[in-house]
Design a protein around this ligand. Structure first.
Ligand code: SF4
Length: 109
């Protein structure tokens, strides 16, 4: 049981873990802008295709269980604190997790 007199230890630890990774992984705006531009370029170059829903939900499930994922970022839509990308990244076939938890899905298009 996580609750004791109204204190939710699990939520507290999760919050502190997210704050820790947020501090450890401050990503320069210039790096994020460069990554976004490259990703948009690849997206257009690949015919603006997105992954099937099954791939998106599998990727999202992995991110939701990851310490680098901040589900409160970007108005509650979520963000990877390792690369700085929004959850929209999970829809793009050429994208991959920066620490290898999931990969590109170019063959299912
Ligand atoms: S993309 Fe990778 S590092 Fe980022 S939140 Fe998802 S699983 Fe974690």
């Amino acid at each position: 049981m996580n609750n004791f007199s109204g204190f939710d230890a699990k939520s507290f630890v999760e919050k502190k873990t997210r704050e820790f990774w947020r501090e450890q992984n401050k990503i320069p705006v210039t790096t994020m802008a460069k990554n976004l531009a490259q990703s948009v370029g690849k997206f257009i170059g690949n015919g603006m295709k997105i992954v099937p829903n099954a791939v998106f939900f599998k990727r999202k499930e992995i991110c939701l269980a990851c310490d680098f994922y901040n589900k409160e970022a970007f108005g509650g839509t979520g963000r990877c604190m390792k690369c700085g990308c929004s959850t929209a990244k999970l829809k793009l076939p050429h994208e991959k997790c920066p620490i290898g938890k999931w990969g590109a899905e170019l063959t299912q298009l």
